[in-house]
Design a protein around this ligand. Structure first.
Ligand SMILES: [Zn+2]
Length: 136
């Protein structure tokens, strides 16, 4: 039920912002999520709609936009940065599957393309956040 909790948090944040901005109605909520955030987008969108629907006239016309942010990895040894998406392409299906389920396991299969160190961090591509809210 991770997706539902996230959807609740997004909507309550959106409501707080619109109150601050004195919006009578929200027209658009743009949500960004990291590539490594393990959420089921279909469930997440469904949860958002279910939470928006009842008794919230302010959100009735809100359009939800979901965007995925590419994950970026950074080597702790040489400072080189590279895209998680490119690293995953070089792996076989089984390896990329296991990373999808347990991102921490990435360190077993992914090495810095420059110095071959397995010591890297995720500098972008985690979390779910509101990018922008439009309304009036
Ligand atoms: Zn390196």
């Amino acid at each position: 039920m991770h997706e539902w909790a996230l959807a609740e948090a997004v909507i309550s944040t959106a409501l707080k912002i619109s109150k601050k901005e004195n919006f009578k109605g929200i027209s658009k909520i743009k949500i960004r999520m990291g590539e490594l955030q393990q959420i089921d987008i279909e469930i997440f969108e469904f949860a958002l709609k279910e939470i928006i629907q009842p008794q919230k006239p302010i959100l009735r016309k809100a359009k939800i936009e979901l965007e995925t942010e590419r994950a970026i990895l950074k080597c702790r040894v040489c400072g080189h940065k590279w895209a998680f998406g490119d690293a995953i392409k070089k792996l076989n299906e089984e390896e990329s599957e296991s990373i999808h389920f347990v991102p921490e396991i990435a360190h077993v299969y992914i090495r810095c393309p420059k110095c071959k160190s397995p010591d890297f961090e995720v500098v972008r591509g985690r979390g779910v956040w509101i990018d922008s809210i439009e309304g009036r």
